[in-house]
Write a protein that binds this ligand. Structure first.
Ligand code: CLF
Ligand code: SF4
Length: 518
């Protein structure tokens, strides 16, 4: 046993990529962008930008790999992978894998056959569902038979659906060939550290080749396997996203180094997510009082990495059985009982026709934004403000304040409107009445914003928001978000320039930590 351990450790030195691998990685780096920064323009609101056509094909309707697409296209997960091979201190195995899910969520586990039926049922009902992901409830590659059987069944029955996989990376190098053979074009690896000393504070153990490794020894195996897997995937032309959980005081400063390490190995996108940690989740971090970051701490870290590569900021930390647009949860419509009774009518032509309509709307949105941007040409100012937006999709301001379960946050500057995050909130409107406790938590969640854009808002919350220094704005109801935000910023700047108003910085905001069961 000891010999086996030494043997496996000896093989686990970090591999330097070969010349051929480096060449392929360089071609993939920055999602095909030209220029030396390696910064990807995918995931931005810019649409195709300077992405190579083959990369654009992969990301254009993937809601996680393109921020712009996430307003229009949906994903679904099937919970076919219950086992896990490592332990993370932010995870309680009673619940779903917290690398892609909010803590405290329990998904309904499926067999590959049930999963295939569910995919067809959802694809028939939600024609803009374009991506199937396997992300738990454990680690998909700790359950390779179930994971790949599911992909096999779906490839046969629903060939237009993109396949996606999210893993902790421990077993990744062993499965790259299979991943490629199933045409899984998108793989996420959760990488929280590249330094085993830091890793030992996050991972108490990893189970590898029939042996449990603890502390630094375990973390060393994990980081080497993760980075090797990343190199192999990017060399194989598979788009890789890296998820990192930001744990203040543990790996927050270190994630800049992680960002550099994954960028140099060809990662396409980096998604830094906040630690969600509360005692009721029963995790080591929850029980020991480890806090998550504030909204501005998270944004500052994402901003500091953005010069290096493109950052994903629209992740919703989905459940392992999530269905719908990111930020909406339609999983309750597709429980096993319901899908087994559903008549499935998987019609490719209907799906394609619907998606063509979505594309027309999407192009209209981009054109409206570009036209509005022209009005900011020549403006010079360092002022930046955040605005919160109530939306239920389509890139429009189309949600009532009282019905919003989350607000999308945009940063406005003379460069335009940029999506920088979202804030989950408690519903303000409960059973027809406004809930004052919820309003307080909503204000805490968007406290760094100057305004909140809504389709409609009642008089009472309007006054309270104004008193908190957040301007409720309903004049852009049902209009495109970015176009409206740019118009608002232009007016804001004019008022500041004329002296009618003074620009003041806002404070920090809170990311909701507890009771994340929905
Ligand atoms: Fe799922 Fe992940 Fe694929 Fe997306 S989710 S496996 S890449 S299809 Fe997306 Fe959800 Fe964030 Fe994941 S918002 S948790 S990043
Ligand atoms: Fe939990 Fe996912 Fe970590 Fe496994 S990889 S311990 S399921 S968070």
């Amino acid at each position: 046993m000891r010999e086996q351990a030494q043997d496996s450790m000896a093989k686990l030195t970090i591999l330097q990529p070969s010349g051929e691998v480096m060449q392929k990685m360089a071609e993939q780096k920055g999602c095909g962008t030209k220029g030396g920064s390696g910064k990807a323009s995918c995931g931005s609101a810019a649409g195709q930008g300077d992405l190579a056509p083959e990369i654009w094909e992969k990301v254009k309707n993937h809601p996680c790999y393109s921020e712009e697409a996430h307003h229009h296209y949906a994903r679904m997960h099937v919970a076919v992978a219950p086992a896990c091979n490592i332990q993370c201190n932010y995870c309680n195995r009673k619940y779903d894998c917290a690398n892609e899910s909010r803590p405290g969520v329990v998904s309904e586990k499926l067999t590959p056959e049930q999963a295939a039926k569910k995919v067809l049922a959802v694809a028939s009902t939600i024609p803009q569902m374009t991506v199937l992901g396997i992300a738990g409830p454990g680690d998909p590659l700790a359950n390779p038979e179930k994971t790949f059987k599911t992909f096999e069944l779906i490839t046969k029955t629903a060939p237009d659906i993109k396949l996606c996989l999210s893993t902790n990376g421990l077993m990744l190098p062993d499965h790259v060939e299979t991943i490629k053979s199933f045409k899984v074009d998108h793989v996420t690896i959760t990488i929280n550290m590249v330094d085993p000393e830091i890793g030992a504070k996050i991972y108490p153990w990893v189970f590898y080749k029939h042996k449990r490794y603890t502390g630094v020894e375990g973390a060393k195996i994990l980081t080497e396997r993760q980075l090797l897997g990343l190199e192999m995937l990017t060399a194989a032309g598979i788009l890789c996203k890296v998820n990192s959980v930001m744990i203040p005081g543990v790996n927050d400063q270190h994630l800049v180094e992680v960002n550099r390490a994954v960028k140099s190995r060809g990662a396409f996108l980096h998604n830094i997510m906040p630690l969600i940690s509360a005692p009721e989740h029963g995790t080591v971090f929850g029980l020991t009082g480890q806090r998550g970051p504030s909204a501005q701490e998270l944004k500052a870290l994402q901003d500091s990495c953005e010069g290096e590569m493109n950052m994903m900021r629209h992740c919703r930390q989905c459940r392992a059985d999530a269905v719908g647009l990111l930020g909406e949860d339609r999983s309750a419509e597709f429980t096993t009982d319901k899908i087994m009774e559903m008549d499935v009518n998987y019609d490719l032509a209907t799906r394609q026709a619907y998606q063509e309509k979505v594309e027309v709307e999407r192009q209209a949105k981009v054109a409206a934004k570009q036209a509005e941007l022209v009005t900011l040409a020549g403006e010079r100012s360092d002022i930046k403000i955040l605005v919160a937006v109530a939306t239920k999709g389509g890139g429009r301001i189309n949600e009532h304040f009282g019905h919003a379960k989350e607000f999308q946050v945009y940063e406005l500057s003379t460069a335009g409107a940029k999506f920088v995050g979202h804030r989950r909130v408690d519903l303000y409107c409960q059973g027809g009445f406004g809930e004052e406790d919820s309003l307080e938590t909503i204000i805490r969640a968007i406290n760094d914003c100057h305004a909140v854009f809504v389709a409609k808002i009642g008089g009472c919350p309007k006054n309270t928001l104004q008193q908190a220094g957040i301007e409720p704005v309903d004049k852009y109801a049902l209009q495109f978000i970015e176009q409206s935000a740019i118009a608002y910023f232009k007016e804001y700047m004019e008022k500041v320039k004329s002296g009618e108003m003074q620009h003041v910085e806002r404070g920090d905001a809170a990311i909701r930590q507890g009771a994340l069961l929905a």
